[in-house]
Design a protein around this ligand. Structure first.
Ligand code: BGC
Length: 735
């Protein structure tokens, strides 16, 4: 298609907030939020979740999808999202969100799946594949290191290469390799000083050249600082349009930017239009609602239960808490969906519970304390056998746009719990919250704690089904519930100041920190109870070649109800050259079993699952040694353990001019030289062994002035030889 420079440049920003421009042979595309339902507005909508949108099924937000630990179910949610999008005329869905929950305070944690990149990557891949199976593009976001709302449009995350690779980029990598998304969204923030939307390293070298992304990269809404720099870095589409395409044409005309980068961006927009199918305009809302309900059922996470749940029939139940009547089922901001309907737990309980159900609101969802409401709940309680107390975070306490300052539930709710506790009626607490809250300080007052997250529009029914036993809970934590905020690994640095946030905990995020440093937690990563019990009977390991294994784990339902167990595999590395978490989640599967039934779960370990990111060699590396494969029901409830031995992958650190004697001794090219040197100095070294330690830490180049016959030329020669070896020598397997 013949287009002049201005016509081409016009295409690389949107036409409106939610559409791309058309051109001969290129249709305009309709974009819409968001991760858990379609927020489709007219062409001139807002991106803040303020204006109304067309009613659409509100699926459980990512916090709840994560808790299902069920890839097949999450895939169905993706398909249903794709159907809804296509039915509503949407070509590109702006999700899923894949950022890691670095701190429980993150205001957008409800839009993200986990503190762990493995579970995030596996589930997000299913969402992407599900959405795209319907001809709708998915847009994994926000790439990358967007882990807080405070100062999000400016802040620079100062983070090591290793933490980037192992924690913050790893889920994105899996999604690109496994699910091949057609679009991607860059983040607002800076990474190590450079805006993510202008980082050639992120957008081109890592994402495209290394991982093979071949889709369109769009900006987050308003994330582009300087359009020409963004385009040069690999950003193809600025959203919403800022009217600055003249900067691109000027840069090209002056020779600052080559026209080929613009041509490439236009080609990617065309490819996106070709990949997406024309929207069907046909909807099946009931089918979507059924999927939303299934997902909500599996997300409900039972944290405590002394046997009071499921409710016995005939129990006289007092439901307390406005959340039971007015559910909080999604978070605030750009992802807010206008639901097709909302099912409350109160109405579902009245229908499902075999016994009387009464209700007292107890508190309001506003900021004002209401003593009369609490008094009324207290007065009603003694005439009942159990209080179902619905507590949680109201809309004003968490949202896109700001981070929380503490983990506590609102004070009026806690005061109500304390007063109800004094009346002696058994209390079951049901929580509605988009991110972790403090539970440890009040859990003694509760006979059971049901973590209901934000469950989407059908969530009220799912909660009632769990409380009454129609559904056996099978949700598991994808984020640790800490004892105290002060225990969280990022406590001292989150959310930074003066435009910078230091990721000082490095790779020790979430359970990687708590488990490695032996810190007590309220509930560990992976935890969740069931109304039945499971025994892990045996594991059978087979090696599938170098550094790959398959495990077949036999699990039995030893209780009296049907139930589902999430079998988790953590890999514990040997001592090596770098400090590593004591173990990391590398595989999981969910299995449903009838009472007494045994089943086999198959878990795979790939070479990459043993590796860490060697920042010096700039590649993944597997060190030799004994690796533990820990299989269990949470990161702290390991039931079976096997050990395998790996010979490593032969990756060696590159030799540099400032490498030390010790490092030279380990590199295959320089080791013989070092052996000759130390043989020559063996008398001196054995006379003063402490000297040997000091010499090991000395850069070899320094030896050139020690009169030992080592010349700069020799050092440079060996470093050059080693560089050639690094390019052709053994390397980590890509997996
Ligand atoms: C959010 C994105 C969202 C976009 C469009 C931004 O503020 O960060 O997640 O997709 O707005 O609404």
């Amino acid at each position: 298609m013949n287009m002049n420079l201005d016509q081409k440049a016009a295409l690389i920003e949107g036409a409106t907030t939610w559409t791309t421009r058309s051109a001969p042979g290129l249709r305009a595309l309709h974009l819409a939020d968001g991760p858990h339902g379609i927020r489709s507005q007219g062409a001139e909508g807002d991106s803040l979740g303020i204006g109304d949108s067309i009613p659409a099924v509100c699926f459980p937000p990512a916090v709840a999808l994560g808790a299902t630990w069920n890839p097949g179910l999450v895939r169905r949610v993706g398909e249903a999202l794709g159907d809804e999008a296509s039915g509503l005329g949407v070509d590109v869905l702006l999700g899923p969100g894949l950022n890691i929950k670095r701190s429980p305070l993150g205001g957008r944690n409800f839009e993200y799946l986990s503190e762990d990149p493995h579970v995030t990557g596996v589930l997000a891949s299913q969402l992407v594949q599900g959405i795209q199976s319907r001809g709708v593009a998915a847009t994994p976001k926000h790439f990358a290191v967007n882990n807080q709302e405070t100062d999000r449009m400016r802040v620079s995350a100062t983070v090591s290469q290793r933490a980037l690779r192992e924690i913050y980029l790893s889920a994105f990598e899996r999604v690109v390799r496994e699910a091949r998304p057609w679009a991607f969204m860059s983040a607002y923030n800076r990474v190590n000083g450079t805006f993510a939307s202008e980082s050639r390293w992120l957008l081109t070298e890592v994402l495209r050249d290394e991982w093979g992304f071949d889709g369109l990269m769009m900006s987050d809404w308003g994330a582009v600082d300087e359009p020409a720099r963004a385009l040069a870095a690999g950003l193809d589409l600025e959203m919403p349009p800022s009217g600055r395409t003249d900067r691109i044409t000027t840069a090209i005309r002056s020779g600052e930017l080559t026209q080929s980068v613009l041509d490439l961006a236009v080609r990617r927009l065309r490819t996106l239009a070709e990949r997406t199918a024309a929207p069907t305009g046909i909807r099946d809302v009931a089918a979507g609602e059924a999927v939303a309900l299934d997902a909500a059922r599996e997300a409900v996470t039972l944290l405590e239960n002394d046997g009071i749940l499921p409710l016995a029939s005939g129990t006289r139940v007092l439901v307390v808490g406005e959340f039971a009547r007015t559910p909080r089922f999604q978070g605030g901001g750009s992802s807010r969906v206008n639901p097709t309907r909302v099912v409350s737990a109160l109405e579902a309980l009245a229908e499902l519970h075999d016994g009387p159900v009464s209700f007292e609101p107890g508190f309001t969802l506003g900021r004002d304390e209401s003593i009369p409401l609490a008094d009324a709940a207290l007065a009603a309680a003694p005439a009942h056998d159990a209080v179902l107390l619905f507590l949680g975070l109201p809309d004003h306490a968490e949202s896109e746009g700001f981070d929380r300052a503490h983990l506590s539930l609102p004070a009026d709710q806690l005061a109500l719990l304390a007063r109800l506790d004094e009346c002696g009626v058994p209390i079951v607490v049901v929580l509605s919250n988009g991110a972790v809250v403090d539970i440890a300080t009040w859990r003694n007052a509760a006979r059971a704690v049901v973590e209901g997250w934000l469950l989407g529009q059908e969530g009220g029914r799912a909660i009632a089904e769990v409380l009454t036993g129609a559904v056996n809970p099978s949700g598991r934590l994808t984020e640790t519930v800490p004892l105290r905020l002060e225990d969280t690994p990022s406590f001292s640095t989150f959310p930074g100041r003066d435009g910078e946030v230091l990721y000082g905990e490095d790779v020790y995020v979430g359970y990687r920190s708590y488990d490695t440093f032996g810190r007590e937690v309220a509930y560990p990563f992976g935890h969740g109870l069931s109304y039945t019990t499971f025994s892990y009977e045996s594991v059978d390991v087979t090696g599938d070649g170098a550094n790959s294994w398959t495990m077949r784990v036999s699990v039995r339902n030893t209780g009296e109800r049907d139930g589902a167990e999430v079998v988790q595999l953590y890999v514990a590395p040997p001592e090596g050259s770098v400090s590593r978490p004591v173990h990391e989640l590398r595989a999981f599967d969910k299995i449903t079993l009838a009472p007494g039934e045994a089943g086999v779960v198959t878990l795979r370990v790939t070479p990459r699952d043993l590796a860490f990111w060697n920042a010096r060699a700039e590649r993944w590396q597997i060190e030799p040694g004994a690796y533990g494969f820990e299989i269990g029901a949470s990161s702290r409830d390991i039931r079976l353990r096997v050990e395998v031995s790996s010979v490593g992958d032969g990756v060696v650190d590159p030799l540099r001019l400032d490498s030390t004697v010790g490092e030279w001794a380990q590199h295959p090219i320089s080791a013989p030289f070092m052996q000759r040197m130390s043989a020559g100095a063996s008398d001196a070294l054995s006379a003063a062994p402490e000297l040997a330690e000091m010499v090991r830490a000395t850069p070899v180049m320094k030896l050139t002035s020690w009169g030992l016959g080592v010349t700069e030329e020799m050092v440079r020669g060996i470093v050059a030889q080693a560089a050639a070896y690094g390019e052709t020598g053994a390397g980590a397997e890509d997996d």
